[in-house]
Design a protein around this ligand. Structure first.
Ligand code: FAD
Length: 344
Protein backbone atom coordinates (compact mmCIF):
# COMPACT_ATOMS: atom_id res chain seq x y z
CA UNK A 1 0.00 0.00 0.00
CA UNK A 2 1.33 3.43 -0.97
CA UNK A 3 2.21 5.68 1.95
CA UNK A 4 0.33 8.97 2.09
CA UNK A 5 2.52 12.00 1.31
CA UNK A 6 4.57 12.96 4.42
CA UNK A 7 2.95 16.34 4.82
CA UNK A 8 -0.53 14.78 4.93
CA UNK A 9 0.50 12.19 7.50
CA UNK A 10 2.05 14.72 9.87
CA UNK A 11 -1.02 16.93 9.50
CA UNK A 12 -3.19 13.97 10.52
CA UNK A 13 -0.94 13.18 13.49
CA UNK A 14 -0.87 16.79 14.65
CA UNK A 15 -4.62 17.26 14.53
CA UNK A 16 -5.09 13.95 16.37
CA UNK A 17 -2.83 15.09 19.23
CA UNK A 18 -4.76 16.32 22.26
CA UNK A 19 -3.73 19.79 23.41
CA UNK A 20 -1.38 19.49 26.37
CA UNK A 21 -0.10 21.89 29.00
CA UNK A 22 3.41 22.69 30.06
CA UNK A 23 3.61 21.14 33.54
CA UNK A 24 5.80 23.00 36.03
CA UNK A 25 6.69 20.81 39.01
CA UNK A 26 7.38 22.98 42.07
CA UNK A 27 5.64 26.12 43.30
CA UNK A 28 8.67 28.01 44.64
CA UNK A 29 9.65 31.35 43.13
CA UNK A 30 11.45 29.75 40.15
CA UNK A 31 8.48 27.58 39.16
CA UNK A 32 5.95 30.35 39.62
CA UNK A 33 8.10 32.87 37.71
CA UNK A 34 8.43 30.32 34.91
CA UNK A 35 4.67 29.73 34.78
CA UNK A 36 4.11 33.50 34.63
CA UNK A 37 6.49 33.91 31.71
CA UNK A 38 4.81 31.03 29.84
CA UNK A 39 1.35 32.44 30.54
CA UNK A 40 2.45 35.87 29.33
CA UNK A 41 3.53 34.22 26.06
CA UNK A 42 0.13 32.50 25.68
CA UNK A 43 1.38 29.00 26.52
CA UNK A 44 -1.02 26.85 28.60
CA UNK A 45 0.65 25.89 31.89
CA UNK A 46 -0.18 24.26 35.21
CA UNK A 47 1.97 24.25 38.34
CA UNK A 48 2.02 21.08 40.46
CA UNK A 49 3.10 21.71 44.07
CA UNK A 50 3.38 18.96 46.66
CA UNK A 51 2.68 21.12 49.71
CA UNK A 52 -0.49 23.01 50.53
CA UNK A 53 0.81 26.40 49.35
CA UNK A 54 3.24 28.10 47.01
CA UNK A 55 6.49 29.60 48.29
CA UNK A 56 8.94 26.74 48.76
CA UNK A 57 12.04 28.05 50.53
CA UNK A 58 10.39 31.48 50.77
CA UNK A 59 8.42 30.19 53.74
CA UNK A 60 6.62 32.40 56.23
CA UNK A 61 4.33 30.24 58.39
CA UNK A 62 2.32 31.90 61.18
CA UNK A 63 4.10 31.29 64.51
CA UNK A 64 3.75 30.36 67.28
CA UNK A 65 1.65 27.50 65.96
CA UNK A 66 -1.69 27.02 67.67
CA UNK A 67 -1.32 30.33 69.47
CA UNK A 68 -4.33 30.59 71.79
CA UNK A 69 -4.15 34.36 72.31
CA UNK A 70 -4.06 35.10 68.59
CA UNK A 71 -0.55 36.57 68.55
CA UNK A 72 0.70 34.35 65.72
CA UNK A 73 2.35 36.24 62.88
CA UNK A 74 4.25 35.10 59.76
CA UNK A 75 7.92 34.38 60.43
CA UNK A 76 10.46 34.00 57.62
CA UNK A 77 11.97 30.56 58.15
CA UNK A 78 13.67 30.18 54.75
CA UNK A 79 15.45 32.99 52.90
CA UNK A 80 16.45 35.74 55.32
CA UNK A 81 16.14 38.51 52.71
CA UNK A 82 16.82 39.10 49.03
CA UNK A 83 19.08 41.37 47.01
CA UNK A 84 18.55 42.95 43.60
CA UNK A 85 21.00 43.45 40.74
CA UNK A 86 19.15 42.46 37.55
CA UNK A 87 17.18 45.30 35.89
CA UNK A 88 14.09 43.22 35.22
CA UNK A 89 14.03 41.82 38.75
CA UNK A 90 14.48 45.39 39.98
CA UNK A 91 11.32 46.37 38.07
CA UNK A 92 9.44 43.49 39.69
CA UNK A 93 10.69 44.51 43.13
CA UNK A 94 9.76 48.16 42.48
CA UNK A 95 6.23 47.01 41.71
CA UNK A 96 6.14 45.00 44.96
CA UNK A 97 7.44 48.00 46.88
CA UNK A 98 4.84 50.32 45.30
CA UNK A 99 2.08 47.94 46.41
CA UNK A 100 3.52 47.57 49.92
CA UNK A 101 4.53 43.94 49.47
CA UNK A 102 8.31 44.44 49.68
CA UNK A 103 10.41 46.89 51.68
CA UNK A 104 14.07 47.88 51.65
CA UNK A 105 15.39 46.55 54.97
CA UNK A 106 19.08 47.26 55.50
CA UNK A 107 22.45 47.48 53.78
CA UNK A 108 24.42 46.94 56.99
CA UNK A 109 24.72 43.62 58.77
CA UNK A 110 26.81 42.47 61.71
CA UNK A 111 29.49 39.87 61.46
CA UNK A 112 30.52 37.94 64.58
CA UNK A 113 33.95 36.34 64.70
CA UNK A 114 34.82 33.09 66.49
CA UNK A 115 36.06 35.08 69.52
CA UNK A 116 32.68 36.82 69.87
CA UNK A 117 33.91 40.11 68.40
CA UNK A 118 31.37 41.96 66.25
CA UNK A 119 31.71 44.43 63.43
CA UNK A 120 29.18 46.12 61.14
CA UNK A 121 29.58 45.48 57.44
CA UNK A 122 27.95 47.44 54.64
CA UNK A 123 26.90 45.67 51.48
CA UNK A 124 24.05 45.55 49.00
CA UNK A 125 20.56 46.65 49.97
CA UNK A 126 18.70 43.75 51.60
CA UNK A 127 14.98 43.54 50.94
CA UNK A 128 12.25 42.00 53.09
CA UNK A 129 8.47 41.67 52.97
CA UNK A 130 6.07 43.04 55.60
CA UNK A 131 3.81 39.99 55.21
CA UNK A 132 6.69 37.51 54.96
CA UNK A 133 8.64 36.61 51.82
CA UNK A 134 6.12 33.93 50.85
CA UNK A 135 3.62 36.67 50.00
CA UNK A 136 5.80 37.67 47.03
CA UNK A 137 5.46 34.20 45.50
CA UNK A 138 1.73 34.19 46.25
CA UNK A 139 1.50 37.52 44.42
CA UNK A 140 3.30 36.14 41.35
CA UNK A 141 0.98 33.12 41.41
CA UNK A 142 -2.19 35.26 41.13
CA UNK A 143 -4.21 34.07 38.13
CA UNK A 144 -2.06 30.98 37.46
CA UNK A 145 -3.37 27.43 37.67
CA UNK A 146 -1.62 25.92 40.69
CA UNK A 147 -2.55 22.44 41.90
CA UNK A 148 -1.43 22.05 45.51
CA UNK A 149 -1.02 18.72 47.35
CA UNK A 150 0.23 17.30 44.02
CA UNK A 151 3.42 15.37 44.77
CA UNK A 152 4.90 14.23 41.47
CA UNK A 153 6.57 10.80 41.53
CA UNK A 154 8.01 10.37 38.03
CA UNK A 155 8.74 12.26 34.84
CA UNK A 156 9.30 9.98 31.85
CA UNK A 157 10.10 10.44 28.14
CA UNK A 158 7.24 11.88 26.11
CA UNK A 159 7.43 13.82 28.26
CA UNK A 160 4.86 12.65 30.81
CA UNK A 161 4.28 13.49 34.45
CA UNK A 162 3.01 10.51 36.44
CA UNK A 163 1.67 9.16 33.14
CA UNK A 164 0.02 12.43 32.01
CA UNK A 165 1.31 13.67 28.63
CA UNK A 166 2.75 17.17 28.81
CA UNK A 167 3.77 19.66 26.16
CA UNK A 168 6.99 20.13 28.17
CA UNK A 169 7.99 19.65 31.81
CA UNK A 170 9.85 22.05 34.08
CA UNK A 171 11.47 20.76 37.27
CA UNK A 172 11.65 23.81 39.57
CA UNK A 173 13.34 22.55 42.71
CA UNK A 174 16.74 21.65 44.19
CA UNK A 175 18.72 19.13 42.10
CA UNK A 176 18.48 16.25 44.62
CA UNK A 177 14.67 16.56 44.59
CA UNK A 178 14.62 16.71 40.78
CA UNK A 179 16.94 13.68 40.61
CA UNK A 180 14.28 11.56 42.34
CA UNK A 181 11.85 12.25 39.49
CA UNK A 182 13.93 11.64 36.37
CA UNK A 183 16.10 8.78 35.11
CA UNK A 184 17.88 7.75 31.93
CA UNK A 185 17.33 8.18 29.04
CA UNK A 186 16.15 11.71 29.93
CA UNK A 187 19.10 14.09 29.63
CA UNK A 188 17.82 16.13 32.57
CA UNK A 189 18.74 13.16 34.80
CA UNK A 190 22.42 13.61 33.98
CA UNK A 191 22.13 17.38 34.52
CA UNK A 192 20.93 17.00 38.12
CA UNK A 193 22.82 13.83 39.12
CA UNK A 194 25.41 13.94 41.87
CA UNK A 195 24.85 17.56 42.95
CA UNK A 196 25.49 18.07 46.67
CA UNK A 197 23.27 20.47 48.60
CA UNK A 198 23.80 21.80 52.13
CA UNK A 199 21.18 21.52 54.89
CA UNK A 200 20.15 24.17 57.43
CA UNK A 201 17.82 23.99 60.40
CA UNK A 202 16.08 27.31 61.00
CA UNK A 203 14.89 28.01 64.55
CA UNK A 204 12.42 30.79 65.32
CA UNK A 205 12.66 32.18 68.85
CA UNK A 206 9.83 34.30 70.27
CA UNK A 207 10.73 36.42 73.32
CA UNK A 208 8.70 38.50 75.76
CA UNK A 209 10.52 41.68 74.72
CA UNK A 210 13.27 42.96 72.42
CA UNK A 211 16.41 43.05 74.54
CA UNK A 212 19.09 42.43 71.91
CA UNK A 213 21.43 44.98 70.32
CA UNK A 214 20.56 46.43 66.92
CA UNK A 215 21.51 43.69 64.46
CA UNK A 216 19.47 43.78 62.06
CA UNK A 217 20.95 40.42 61.03
CA UNK A 218 24.28 38.87 61.86
CA UNK A 219 26.52 36.43 60.07
CA UNK A 220 28.17 34.19 62.64
CA UNK A 221 31.53 32.97 61.37
CA UNK A 222 33.24 29.71 62.39
CA UNK A 223 30.64 28.99 65.07
CA UNK A 224 29.81 25.37 65.96
CA UNK A 225 26.03 26.01 66.08
CA UNK A 226 25.02 29.20 64.28
CA UNK A 227 25.59 30.59 60.79
CA UNK A 228 23.15 33.51 60.86
CA UNK A 229 20.77 35.27 63.27
CA UNK A 230 18.12 37.63 61.86
CA UNK A 231 15.77 40.00 63.63
CA UNK A 232 12.38 39.06 62.18
CA UNK A 233 10.60 42.05 63.78
CA UNK A 234 13.12 44.41 62.20
CA UNK A 235 12.89 42.98 58.71
CA UNK A 236 9.12 42.68 58.75
CA UNK A 237 8.84 46.19 60.19
CA UNK A 238 6.52 45.39 63.11
CA UNK A 239 9.25 45.17 65.78
CA UNK A 240 7.96 41.86 67.09
CA UNK A 241 10.39 40.27 69.59
CA UNK A 242 11.26 37.37 67.27
CA UNK A 243 14.65 36.14 66.09
CA UNK A 244 15.37 33.47 63.49
CA UNK A 245 18.64 31.53 63.78
CA UNK A 246 20.12 29.35 61.03
CA UNK A 247 22.37 26.49 62.09
CA UNK A 248 25.57 25.44 60.43
CA UNK A 249 25.33 22.74 57.77
CA UNK A 250 27.26 20.30 59.98
CA UNK A 251 24.87 20.64 62.91
CA UNK A 252 21.86 20.35 60.58
CA UNK A 253 23.29 17.18 59.00
CA UNK A 254 23.50 15.54 62.42
CA UNK A 255 19.86 16.41 63.18
CA UNK A 256 18.03 15.84 59.91
CA UNK A 257 15.93 13.11 61.58
CA UNK A 258 15.35 15.21 64.67
CA UNK A 259 15.28 18.97 63.91
CA UNK A 260 13.82 19.81 67.33
CA UNK A 261 17.00 18.29 68.81
CA UNK A 262 18.95 21.48 67.95
CA UNK A 263 16.63 23.87 69.80
CA UNK A 264 18.36 23.86 73.21
CA UNK A 265 21.78 24.37 71.64
CA UNK A 266 20.48 27.20 69.44
CA UNK A 267 18.72 28.95 72.34
CA UNK A 268 21.94 28.80 74.37
CA UNK A 269 24.15 29.96 71.51
CA UNK A 270 21.88 32.90 70.58
CA UNK A 271 21.66 33.93 74.25
CA UNK A 272 25.45 33.87 74.61
CA UNK A 273 26.04 35.70 71.32
CA UNK A 274 23.60 38.54 72.01
CA UNK A 275 23.92 38.65 75.80
CA UNK A 276 20.28 37.70 76.45
CA UNK A 277 19.22 36.92 80.00
CA UNK A 278 15.66 35.75 79.31
CA UNK A 279 14.77 32.45 77.63
CA UNK A 280 12.40 32.55 74.65
CA UNK A 281 8.69 32.00 75.33
CA UNK A 282 8.33 29.76 72.32
CA UNK A 283 10.52 28.14 69.70
CA UNK A 284 9.96 26.40 66.38
CA UNK A 285 12.48 24.41 64.30
CA UNK A 286 12.24 23.84 60.56
CA UNK A 287 14.50 21.49 58.61
CA UNK A 288 15.76 22.48 55.15
CA UNK A 289 17.40 19.31 53.86
CA UNK A 290 18.38 21.10 50.64
CA UNK A 291 18.93 24.74 51.61
CA UNK A 292 21.59 25.67 49.06
CA UNK A 293 23.86 23.99 46.52
CA UNK A 294 27.42 23.20 47.62
CA UNK A 295 28.53 24.06 44.08
CA UNK A 296 26.18 25.88 41.67
CA UNK A 297 26.00 24.78 38.02
CA UNK A 298 28.40 26.48 35.69
CA UNK A 299 25.92 28.15 33.37
CA UNK A 300 25.59 30.94 30.81
CA UNK A 301 24.49 34.30 32.23
CA UNK A 302 21.68 34.59 29.66
CA UNK A 303 20.52 30.95 29.99
CA UNK A 304 20.58 30.02 33.69
CA UNK A 305 18.72 26.71 33.34
CA UNK A 306 18.81 23.29 31.71
CA UNK A 307 16.77 22.72 28.51
CA UNK A 308 17.21 20.01 25.91
CA UNK A 309 15.29 18.26 23.12
CA UNK A 310 13.49 15.92 25.57
CA UNK A 311 11.61 19.07 26.66
CA UNK A 312 12.29 18.32 30.33
CA UNK A 313 13.84 21.48 31.75
CA UNK A 314 15.38 22.29 35.14
CA UNK A 315 15.34 25.71 36.82
CA UNK A 316 16.05 27.13 40.26
CA UNK A 317 18.69 28.80 42.38
CA UNK A 318 21.24 26.09 41.59
CA UNK A 319 21.70 27.74 38.18
CA UNK A 320 23.89 30.64 39.30
CA UNK A 321 24.64 32.30 42.62
CA UNK A 322 22.17 30.55 44.97
CA UNK A 323 19.67 33.23 45.90
CA UNK A 324 16.11 34.42 45.36
CA UNK A 325 16.99 36.64 42.39
CA UNK A 326 18.73 33.75 40.60
CA UNK A 327 15.70 31.50 41.08
CA UNK A 328 13.37 34.21 39.69
CA UNK A 329 15.65 34.83 36.67
CA UNK A 330 16.15 31.13 36.02
CA UNK A 331 12.39 30.48 35.90
CA UNK A 332 11.58 33.63 33.94
CA UNK A 333 14.24 33.13 31.25
CA UNK A 334 13.48 29.44 30.85
CA UNK A 335 9.77 30.23 30.50
CA UNK A 336 10.55 32.57 27.61
CA UNK A 337 12.98 30.12 25.97
CA UNK A 338 10.40 27.34 26.22
CA UNK A 339 7.62 29.53 24.87
CA UNK A 340 9.74 30.20 21.78
CA UNK A 341 10.18 26.48 21.26
CA UNK A 342 6.90 24.66 21.97
CA UNK A 343 3.49 24.57 20.33
CA UNK A 344 1.10 23.20 22.89
C1 FAD B 1 17.68 28.68 55.33
C2 FAD B 1 17.74 29.40 54.00
C3 FAD B 1 18.27 30.68 53.94
C4 FAD B 1 18.30 31.37 52.73
N1 FAD B 1 18.74 32.66 52.70
C5 FAD B 1 18.66 33.38 51.57
C6 FAD B 1 18.96 34.76 51.56
O1 FAD B 1 19.23 35.35 52.60
N2 FAD B 1 18.91 35.43 50.38
C7 FAD B 1 18.53 34.82 49.21
O2 FAD B 1 18.45 35.49 48.17
N3 FAD B 1 18.22 33.49 49.19
C8 FAD B 1 18.28 32.77 50.34
N4 FAD B 1 17.93 31.45 50.33
C9 FAD B 1 17.68 30.79 49.05
C10 FAD B 1 16.27 31.04 48.49
O3 FAD B 1 15.32 30.68 49.46
C11 FAD B 1 16.12 30.22 47.23
O4 FAD B 1 17.09 30.67 46.31
C12 FAD B 1 14.78 30.28 46.52
O5 FAD B 1 13.71 30.33 47.43
C13 FAD B 1 14.69 29.05 45.62
O6 FAD B 1 13.44 28.97 44.97
P1 FAD B 1 13.13 27.73 44.02
O7 FAD B 1 11.80 27.97 43.41
O8 FAD B 1 14.26 27.52 43.07
O9 FAD B 1 13.12 26.44 44.96
P2 FAD B 1 12.15 26.09 46.16
O10 FAD B 1 11.72 27.31 46.85
O11 FAD B 1 12.85 25.03 46.95
O12 FAD B 1 10.86 25.47 45.46
C14 FAD B 1 10.76 24.10 45.12
C15 FAD B 1 9.30 23.68 45.25
O13 FAD B 1 9.15 22.38 44.67
C16 FAD B 1 8.27 21.63 45.47
N5 FAD B 1 8.52 20.21 45.19
C17 FAD B 1 9.65 19.50 45.46
N6 FAD B 1 9.50 18.21 45.04
C18 FAD B 1 8.26 18.13 44.49
C19 FAD B 1 7.53 17.05 43.88
N7 FAD B 1 8.05 15.81 43.76
N8 FAD B 1 6.27 17.30 43.42
C20 FAD B 1 5.73 18.57 43.52
N9 FAD B 1 6.38 19.60 44.11
C21 FAD B 1 7.64 19.39 44.58
C22 FAD B 1 8.61 22.06 46.90
O14 FAD B 1 7.55 21.78 47.80
C23 FAD B 1 8.86 23.56 46.71
O15 FAD B 1 7.68 24.31 46.91
C24 FAD B 1 17.85 30.74 51.54
C25 FAD B 1 17.33 29.45 51.60
C26 FAD B 1 17.26 28.79 52.83
C27 FAD B 1 16.63 27.42 52.88
Amino acid sequence: MAEPPRGDLSDMVDSAQPRTDVLVVGGGISGIACARALTAAGVPVRVLERSGRVGGRLASPPLPRGSADGDARPVDLGAAYFTVSDDEFAAQVADWERRGLARPWTDTLRAYGPDGSAESKSGPQRWAAPGGLRTLVADLAEGLTVETHREVAAVTPGPTVDGEPACAVVLAMPDPQAARLVGAPLRAAAAVAGQEWEPVIAVALGYAARTWPDLPAAFVNDHPVLSLVADDGSRRGDDAPVLVAHTTGDLARRHLDDPDGVIDEVVGAVGDLLGLTEAPRWTHAHRWTFASPAEPHDTAEDAPFHLDDDLVAVVGDGWGSPKVETAWRSGTLLGRALAARVTC
